[in-house]
Write a new protein. Sequence first.
Length: 533
Amino acid sequence: MKNFANLIKTLDSSNKTTNKVDALTEYFKNASPEDKVWTIAVLSHRRPPRPVNTKLLRLWANELANIPMWLFEESYHIVGDLAETIALIIPTTKEHSDKSLTEFLQEIIALKKKTDEEKRAYLHENWLALNYYERFVFTKLITGSFRIGVSQKLMTRALSKAENVDEDALAYKLMGNWDPNKVTFQELILDEKSSDYLSKPYPFYLAYPIEGLVSNLGVPEDWSIEHKWDGIRSQTIIRENEVFVWSRGEELVTDKYPEFHSFVGIIPNGTVIDAEILAFQNGEIGTFNDLQTRIGRKTTSAALLKSNPVVLKAYDLLEWEGKDIRNLPFSTRRNLLENLFENLKDKNVPFYLSERQLMHSWEDVATERMRARAMKSEGLMIKHKNSTYQVGRKKGDWWKWKLEPLAIDAVLTYAMRGSGRRSNLFTDYTFALWQNNENGERELVTFAKAYSGLTDAEFRKVDDFIKKNTIDKFGPVRSVTPVLVFEIGFEGISISKRHKSGIATRFPRILRWRLDKKIEDANTIEDLKSMIM
């Protein structure tokens, strides 16, 4: 644990990519095979489930700290991170633990089935046997919310340097549903077994936002244009008469979409399709809000399948006839995909093609982009016809040209402290719009939360205002005198019964502080509803 904690401390204290890669590489060269596997798991979001709820963690940590609970809670709100708060308030002793990362994680897994008293004793013993940073990392592992400034791509790069294994090959090995408690480092990284690849997806290729003028890309005839669909990016795999559906977050979601089992026997074995899962009601693409009814369900009932069907909107082919074709030009892969689609047209399967748009000028491309919301898309994807399918986010061949966000002026009504470096500032905001109540009087109704979009200087000014104009406190939440107006941007909007306003917005964020407006000038709920297409 000591070596892993020192690694996390180094990673957390540097913003330089080279420093992080060097630290990870050195760690992988010296760690035990078991600790390597668990480190890979932790840094690629395969942590064990949380064995203790946060209420008990706070209570038991407070017992060791021997301070009033209100002081612990106030400290927590100021620090903004539970693990860091616990690490700070528990006194350091002369005790020491030599247990490895693997031993700790195996104990954490076993802890879930223990009694509360056994859990309490285990936590007390180990909190007192670890120094500050080890205690912080240990508690992070317990809470299950282990986030540091290291992407899986950086971790893979370091592992490639340490083990002399091709980086792209490693990225592929680390995809899928492997269990760090069951697989060895030899099996995961070093061995080659064809049976392991039956359900494995390929690493996703990600696009960069357009930078500058789109015309800087050259002639439009060199590029393939299609809509950027607002659903769930996925890979659908058909191998050995089985279907596997993976989300971009490396989650196996086959059971959530039983419609796609119909592909078996119709789509040839040895096929991997890069596509978007979209809600599809009454022969039309639905909204992301429609799709969410399928995302959050543990089981998919017949009634849900009927009321909220989904389809696969395909835009690339990664494997064909059992062969990895990612190194073929995009135009070649697309031709194969389009031929596959033609053969499926009369098969009554939920398989659609993301149509390529034939454009001869960037003005035509810009015009098509403006049709995006009517098409239920977020904008356009612009892919070079000769591009290979690469790993991760690479600049040059794939670009996304999203629509400008929808925008509305709203009033700040509630605030919470941020997290990380903003944990001492109120930076998480709730916004409201005007609506007439039953008596015909105007009142502010909350509709969205946002915590990004302002400069550090602006956040400090708003924080100062909030502290001086707090009306009431509800735990970590402060009710604020409604004075400040902000322009809020969002990608999409839909009717929602789950929200007080009756409206759900997608990806809300602050576009600017409207110092030129009073709250009377803010928009209404009706203004927001009028944006629904």
